[in-house]
Design a protein around this ligand. Sequence first.
Ligand code: SF4
Length: 464
Amino acid sequence: MKKRVVLVNPPNEKTILRDMYSSTISKGLYNWPCTDLLVISGVLKDEFDVTFLDANTLRMSLGETLERIAVIDPLAVVCAIGNSVKNDDYDFIRRLRERIQSITICGTGGILFHNAENEMRALPEIDACLLNFTSNDIVKFLKGEFSGMNNIVYRHNGEIVHAAVETNPNGFSYPVPLHEQLPLHRYRLSHGKAKPLTSVLTSYGCPATCRFCVAGKISYSYRSPDNIIEELDSIHRIGVKEVFFRDNAFCSSRNQGNELLDRMIERQYGFSWIADVRAVTLDSETVWKMKRSGCHALHIGVESGSPEILRKYNKGATLDHIRSAFALCKENGIKTVGYFIIGLPGEKTEDVMKTIDLSIELDCDYASFNIALPIVGTTLWEESVKMGWIDNNTDTIYDGSLNAQINSGDISNEEISALRDEAYKRFYLRPSYFLKKITGIRNIYQFKMLVLEFINMIRNKLSV
Ligand code: SF4
């Protein structure tokens, strides 16, 4: 009989998005399956009897979650850890250890990726931290085979053993994850088109090296198209209607991306999909294939309307790339979500104004204005510590819902918050924008989401 393993997205009063080495408290109405745990479910399922428990989405209390795990009586629990709720997640792990002392507890998440040894010292209840969650080192570790592991930090004979993280440049693959165990009807994207929704990974890391981003520090590798198609066939069979390709930069490998899109077109799955892409990825052929294969919205990192700021932060895209990407999406009927950053060190108020102007000029369908954050592990974090703009304290919680936290002496933190609010007001409170939204509604689900988002925006005084 296979030994049991439980994968847990820990309980919390708020909706927490914990995956891909970042985490945030959901400010809008969006929520998607934790990608790390989904991938791990595939990696583990041939060797172990896996139960995937998304306690956060199921609104389970801490007590209920512990009870459920205790009833399953597993060999091990793999827990998603979010930087933005690190204290709550560590408390969950401590309570889990108290409840089932013999259990093996592993964690995955950004803070563990960047600072595993220190975090393990601070949290003696945890036995291992996964570095590259696409690797099968977790299988070896749980089977007690300790040789040849490079993607996990673990305790062994009282020592913390840490090997360098490795990415396979020749690609990776894993068995189909356990989507069917998740409450797929409960996930949603604010600009989503349909439910049930799930997330799928087609690549790991990012070829770009943006200085403010965690993914910029992770070498890029991609998953074999055959392996992705196997998973897409499977989720199609269980009735998934929308896919969130959760890659940091979908289709960044042109050959692999185009092969995947061709095969999706051939198969005519009928589900719609959304992805995060780099502007430089979007040429006319690729965008056309994206649309034909079911894409209805793309998230594009614009960051700034200032060419100097784009260069300074290694964005790897110019304003021309960005304008062309948005124009191609519009031509092909793909909705766009533009991501912008406000308050990067070195920015002046005029730069932020250029950013807000650009968001309106690009005519994105949605705009997300985020305050610059020194996420642990990024070059921006390293620079902020070195320059004394923040404390060298990895316990500090950085979350986009909080106010500015970098004291670089450029724009004051109060002004950064005010500029973010102004950006939202200027972008969303335009009659032309409102009209576009109303006329763009195609079904009752989109109408419901629009109403809910509007209520949520008002509740958050437009700071969404
Ligand atoms: S392109 Fe996007 S995912 Fe890649 S490093 Fe830059 S911000 Fe991060």
